[in-house]
Design a protein around this ligand. Structure first.
Ligand code: SR1
Ligand code: MG
Length: 400
């Protein structure tokens, strides 16, 4: 077993050249590092004919903070394993793993450089017709086929052990459910937001609902989640959608991934109030984002119900009406988790470029206030909704 070292570009190039066979032995290779995420190194290795692969390597600490925040290398094993499992049930929407080396915390992936990262595209006002349906398909299939509806209890329990991911889950537990609701050195927001943040931190009804969501995150191993479905983890073009980066994967509540996705569309929705200066463009983008949320939720539900009808193996879970009841709860959870994503991305450690990229300070603060209010009301009101139609009505009423 080799000892871990963090690569530079030359070492990444040598590794791909010597340990894989993607390129001919005499290929003239080049390599550069271009990772701009919170945690890892990301290299592109390419030849002179535009053939390329991505080598991703986990660092033993969180890149965005530095060596003072140590972080397990085991996340590379989790990420590669989630990609392989999700790729088996939804290959068209999952980036391909070409090679892995868990000791070096390396995953070599297909290069999606011909596609774009969704967050930047939404910020620039581009839209993608297949996005909502593709994400719905990915979330429904990956969650159904790793749930108790499909796996035997023994298979499921073995997988829960394999995908136990305590350090990365702890980040989510702290950043989503703890920090924003109390004073924390990691919180990050302008002074102008302090009155709203103080009110939020003193809102006991809100803290009770956040406690419910955190308890669910801590102890509902419903299925194998991606764990970090934000719009920076999604590559798009006008035809295809690909998910990357499931290093936060674990067995958790199914609504968490759907809620993270919806939350990121809503962060962009809030930002477009100031980004899209011309009213017709703003209206179009808002309609696109709202429609994408509604389509994604409806198709997620429809695919789940269809899979459950034809492929549920557990006898008790086949009871008439049970799957609908189960999905209604998943959707309520999703809107609640969505609310926590809106709040933590506004006042917590990890922000989004959709909002932080708004240059005018007053405009940015107005967007942050909107995102906080929307997040708060979704967390408070989603538990009273029965169906996806009720949840959709709630969202529309809050966006008016
Ligand atoms: C220290 S990690 C901060 C955030 O980046 C990741 O993408 C996750 O969303 C995490 O919460
Ligand atoms: Mg990531």
């Amino acid at each position: 077993m080799v000892d871990y070292i963090a690569f530079d570009s030359a070492q990444a190039l040598e590794y791909v050249k010597n340990q894989t066979n993607f390129f001919a032995p005499d290929a003239e290779l080049s390599c550069y590092e271009f990772g701009d995420g919170n945690l890892n190194l990301v290299f592109r290795v390419h030849d002179q004919q535009q053939n390329s692969v991505i080598l991703k390597q986990a660092l033993p600490y969180a890149r965005c903070v530095g060596e003072s925040w140590p972080l397990t290398l085991d996340r590379a094993r989790i990420e590669a394993s989630v990609l392989i499992r999700h790729g088996e049930v939804c290959p068209q929407t999952t980036v391909k793993v070409l090679h892995r080396n868990d000791a070096l915390a390396i995953t070599v992936l297909e290069d999606l450089g011909h596609m774009q990262i969704l967050r930047g595209q939404l910020c620039e006002g581009h839209t993608y017709p297949n996005l909502a349906a593709d994400i719905a398909d990915y979330l429904a299939k990956t969650s159904f086929f790793h749930s108790d509806f499909y796996l035997s209890p023994a298979q499921k329990k073995a997988l829960v052990v394999e995908f136990t991911n305590p350090e990365l889950c702890a980040i989510t537990e702290d950043l989503f459910f703890d920090d924003p609701y109390r004073q924390s050195e990691r919180n990050n927001y302008p002074d102008e937001l302090q009155p709203q943040v103080t009110a939020l931190q003193n809102n006991l009804a809100l803290k009770l609902e956040v406690a419910e969501l955190k308890a669910k995150f801590l102890s509902s191993p419903q299925s194998l989640l991606h764990g970090d479905v934000h719009t920076g983890s999604i590559f798009v073009d006008q035809t295809n959608t690909k998910l990357i980066d499931p290093e936060f994967g674990f067995f958790g509540p199914i609504g968490f991934d759907l809620g993270s996705f919806i939350g990121n569309l809503l962060l962009n929705y809030c930002a477009q109030h100031k980004r899209a200066v011309e009213l017709p463009k703003r209206r179009d983008l808002h309609a696109y984002l709202l429609n994408s949320i509604q389509t994604c939720v409806a198709q997620f539900e429809q695919t789940w119900l269809q899979l459950a009808k034809t492929q549920t193996r557990d006898l008790s879970l086949q009871a008439p009406g049970y799957v609908q009841r189960f999905i209604n709860q998943v959707l309520r959870d999703a809107y609640g988790f969505c609310g926590t994503e809106l709040i933590r991305r506004t006042i917590g450690l990890a922000h989004v470029a959709d909002i932080d990229g708004i240059e005018d300070q007053q405009a940015r603060i107005a967007v942050q206030q909107h995102a906080l209010l929307l997040g708060e009301q979704l967390i408070l009101q989603a538990p009273q909704c029965e169906t996806k139609e009720d949840l959709s009505q709630l969202l529309i009423s809050l966006l008016l």
